[in-house]
Design a protein around this ligand. Structure first.
Ligand SMILES: Cc1cc2nc3c(=O)[nH]c(=O)nc-3n(C[C@H](O)[C@H](O)[C@H](O)COP(=O)(O)O)c2cc1C
Ligand code: SF4
Length: 431
């Protein structure tokens, strides 16, 4: 796809400035939505487009909007800009370089769900992003795209940027809501879901940055146009984040359903240093790993699930032939142990347990039964907690061991990491 929609700033310099954005056709979708369309029509258009949430779970956006109770006295729109999943850095591109696209998507979506207050919850580390959003908000307010009487239509909306304090769990939608309310980000037990009980108990729609940005071209060009891009069940333009052992790590825009092989070898230039590929995590650190012989998969929700993993946040983490899979998993386990909010016992105790077991495997001193114990701990974490962070920690453990079991067994047999032992042969001789 040569025309960029979400990464339009790569083709139009200074797009984050309102006058440039408007000159490029920006805010025409807001004008169209507010002056020519009823809110219910917009929801129908988004439903017909087949747009699915880009935050990880892929829930159909229009269907989610339809869950709001009718005639609720107060509703909120909450834009999830927490973007903390390892390997994921796509929303940041939109926020920093194309913020008016996000604001335009927020205004249209807020109008569709009958809401007059929207929040953008942005991760604390995105200082530049928060500043750029504030600048864009000020420009939009001054031009009449926000405020009491938007474009003279009588529709009122205010948007606030709320900075987080750097916790991964704030990205989970109910943790996000708790944090926005000024509390510790403990995810809530669901149901009730935010669409019925969200911010301060009012019905709330939580959507990802990229999801809301997609609403703009849907209104401008129609549901049919959007649905024609990529596979029927997972349509639309998509941002792919590629990191790890590739020549050109970065964010790439392409139709949903683009083959993973193309993302790695064409967009990102293949494996750095002329090495061979060993493994790929296709959707951020929370999803099962794929082996090098499993990358002929289309990057859409159905196809990646069929291949045994998940599209998730589309954070493609590439590992070359020299990667120690035990160490890679240990790094992932450390992240989840650090980020568990501690509310549920299986997650609070399970995540550091996984990390400790993997540390023993890596450093030496593991018990021969530890491999089975790792799997047992992971099994007991899954499906037994308030939110799915525990599952996100357990899934990589299960898939890494299933797909690279020989490496884990070799660590056990040798009493530590073969790469480290090769670098320090006296240690190997002593063990
Ligand atoms: C532990 C955890 C972290 C999450 N982090 C994010 C995040 O950083 N950004 C995001 O959009 N969704 C994140 N999600 C998913 C949100 O809970 C929610 O499903 C999403 O924001 C809904 O938006 P969408 O329908 O547009 O995808 C996370 C979920 C979990 C369980
Ligand atoms: S699963 Fe983990 S992160 Fe989620 S609520 Fe329970 S303890 Fe917190």
């Amino acid at each position: 796809m040569s025309e960029k929609i979400l990464l339009r700033h790569e083709q139009v310099p200074d797009l984050r400035r309102l006058e440039v954005y408007e000159a490029d056709g920006g805010y025409s979708a807001v004008r169209k939505a507010l002056t020519e369309m009823q809110p219910a029509q917009i929801t129908e258009e988004v439903k017909d487009s087949g747009l699915r949430g880009r935050g990880g779970a892929g829930f159909p956006t229009g269907v989610k909007w339809g869950f709001l109770p009718k005639n609720a006295p107060k509703t909120y729109l909450l834009c999830n800009a927490d973007e903390s999943e390892p390997g994921t850095f796509k929303d940041r591109q939109i926020i920093e370089h194309n913020p008016h696209l996000l604001l335009e998507g927020i205004i249209i979506s807020a109008y569709a769900i009958g809401c007059h207050t929207a929040y953008i919850f942005i991760r604390g580390e995105f200082a530049r992003g928060a500043q750029r959003l504030e600048e864009a908000l000020a420009e939009a307010r001054a031009r009449g795209y926000l405020g009491d009487n938007i474009l003279g239509t009588g529709y009122a909306l205010e948007v606030y940027v709320h900075r987080g304090a750097g916790a991964y769990i704030c990205g989970e939608e109910t943790g996000l809501i708790e944090a926005l309310e000024g509390k510790r980000a403990y995810p809530r037990v669901k149901p009730p879901f935010p669409a019925t009980y969200g911010i301060f108990g009012a019905p709330t729609i939580v959507n990802n940055v990229e999801t809301l940005a997609c609403v703009v071209p849907i209104i401008n060009r129609g549901a049919k146009w959007f649905k024609a891009i990529g596979p029927e069940k997972s349509p639309g333009p998509k941002l792919f984040c590629v990191s790890g052992h590739v020549q050109r790590p970065g964010v790439y825009e392409a139709p949903m359903g683009t083959p993973l092989r193309e993302v790695i070898y064409d967009f990102a230039g293949g494996i750095s240093g002329g090495k061979r590929l060993k493994a790929v995590i296709p959707g951020g650190s929370s999803v099962p790993v794929l082996r090098a012989d499993e990358i002929d998969v289309a990057m859409d929700f159905e196809s990646v699930a069929k291949a045994g993993s998940l599209l998730g946040s589309c954070g493609v983490i590439v590992m070359d032939e020299d990667t120690c899979m035990v160490k890679a998993l240990k790094v992932i386990a450390h992240f989840y142990a650090h980020e568990s909010c501690g509310q549920c016992t299986p997650c609070r105790e399970g995540t550091p347990w996984l990390y400790r077991l993997l540390t023993h495997l890596e450093d030496g001193g593991a018990d021969p039964r530890d491999l089975e114990l790792l799997l047992q701990v992971a099994d007991n974490m899954m499906g037994n907690t308030v939110c799915v962070l525990a599952d996100a920690a357990a899934m990589p453990v299960k898939s890494f061991i299933a797909k690279f079991r020989d490496e884990f067994e070799e660590h056990l047999r040798l009493g530590g990491c073969p790469q480290r032992l090769a670098a320090r042969p006296h240690q190997a001789a002593a063990s």
